[in-house]
Design a protein around this ligand. Structure first.
Ligand code: PMP
Ligand code: GLU
Length: 397
């Protein structure tokens, strides 16, 4: 059968693919430890589940307004005011089926052929493909490890052309864990505002930050910058709600109305029950988030130290999110069983075969010198996984 050309232009999500692969190997009886997809291993908080059960019991199981209920929009407005000091009206908020869906809709309403979208690398795997599906061109701007994987204002400036429509800012970052300070974002805003391009601020890891880091969003830089920013966020990561599929955007009315319009022709509203749960997550007790972050922090410190102790591996201690992105290029050129490790894909394959651990090759994130491990898994699995990785790497010669 001849499928539409666009489907040949993208790849399946590599982070989801590695998780599916680990699952199928487990089904075959292999004992695989998964460091693949980034998904909190904690249960969804009890108060959130209770809100969903109540929604079902009360028959809140029908279509809702396409862009989300007013109650959820008000909870989001409250969150943005409380946590970020950003004021929005209801017509500046739209709720979708996960932040990935929000980003997809946003790209569909903003970009078309001839447009360029700046994506700093290393980047989350889905950004380039979401852009490609609109006919626009992703412009990848490399960041340097010695800059903590953060986009420098000069590099942003140099990448902007007449065709540039937007830049994606993801802080804390998936996959590097890099997080921008307010001062760093203010500097980027000084480039973005005069250029008049849109900033897509993907704040999905906002709550998962360490060492007292203070989260900032680029919209806080100035009123002008806020008018050019679309904040994208959701409940998946902060509240261990990946399966509930609730994400949202806050930004200029025109863009938000356009997202609602396109959503009315694809998914309609996000699930009514999940909206009630998300409302509770945003309005209810926030203490649970700190409990999860404290646990992530212990794992981060352990896994970064374990990786740094491996010869040929070096790893920055991430500022946020729940990934480590070690540089493994010191292992390239080594071999095992006649097979030479030439890049991140070879190493990920070797680790799956020889260590029974699933990691994501850095090439999927735009850096072939790294691999990504999610530490959103139990400490026991991390300890065992690091032991296995150390043993497997010692076999490389
Ligand atoms: N942005 C980033 C950077 C992510 O890592 C993810 C991971 N799923 C998402 C957006 C999408 O999150 P979700 O669709 O689960 O809300
Ligand atoms: N965002 C997570 C990850 O990068 C979950 C999978 C996905 O949506 O890509 O692993």
């Amino acid at each position: 059968m001849k499928l539409a050309k666009r489907i040949g232009m993208i790849k399946p999500s590599p982070t989801l693919a590695i998780t599916a692969k680990a699952e199928s190997l487990r089904a075959e009886g292999r004992d695989i430890i998964g460091f693949g997809a980034g998904e909190p291993d904690f249960d969804t908080p009890a108060n959130v589940k209770a809100a969903a059960v109540k929604a079902i019991d009360q028959g809140f199981t029908k279509y809702t307004p396409v862009g989300g209920t007013n109650d959820l929009k008000d909870a989001i407005i409250g969150k943005l005011e409380r946590d970020n000091g950003l004021a929005y009206k209801r017509n500046q908020i739209v709720v979708s089926c996960g932040a990935k869906h929000t980003l997809y809709n946003l790209a569909q309403v903003l970009f078309e052929e001839g447009d360029e979208v700046i994506i700093p690398a290393p980047y989350w795997v889905s950004y380039p493909d979401i852009v490609i599906l609109t006919g626009a061109k992703p412009v990848i701007v490399e960041t340097k490890e010695e800059d903590g994987f953060k986009l420098r204002p000069e590099a942003l400036k140099a990448a902007i052309t007449k065709k540039t429509k937007a830049v994606v800012i993801n802080s804390p970052s998936n996959p590097t864990g890099a997080a921008y300070t307010k001062a760093e974002l203010d500097k980027l805003a000084e480039i973005i505002v005069p250029a008049g391009i849109i900033a897509i601020s993907d704040d999905i890891y906002e709550k998962i930050i360490y060492d007292g880091f203070s989260f900032a969003d680029i919209a806080q830089a100035s009123e002008e910058m806020k008018k050019l920013t679309v904040v994208v966020n959701g409940v998946s990561k902060a509240y261990a709600m990946t399966g509930w599929r609730i994400g949202y955007a806050a930004g200029p009315e025109e863009i938000i109305a356009a997202i609602s319009k396109i959503q009315s022709q694809n998914t309609s509203n996000p699930t009514s029950i999940a909206q009630k749960a998300a409302e509770e997550a945003l309005k209810g007790d926030q203490q649970i988030v700190s409990v999860m972050v404290a646990e992530f922090n212990k794992r981060r410190n352990f896994i970064a130290a374990a990786l740094n102790a491996m010869p040929g591996v070096s790893c920055l201690n991430p500022q946020g999110a729940f990934y480590v992105f070690p540089n493994v290029s010191g292992l390239f050129g080594k071999s095992f069983g006649g097979k030479v490790i030439r890049g991140s894909g070879d190493l990920a394959g070797f680790l799956l075969e020889e260590a029974n651990i699933a990691v994501v090759a850095g090439e999927a994130f735009g850096s072939d010198r790294h691999i990504r491990l999610s530490y959103a898994t139990s400490m026991a699995k991390i300890e065992e996984g690091m032991k296995r990785m150390t043993a497997a790497l010692s076999k490389l010669a």
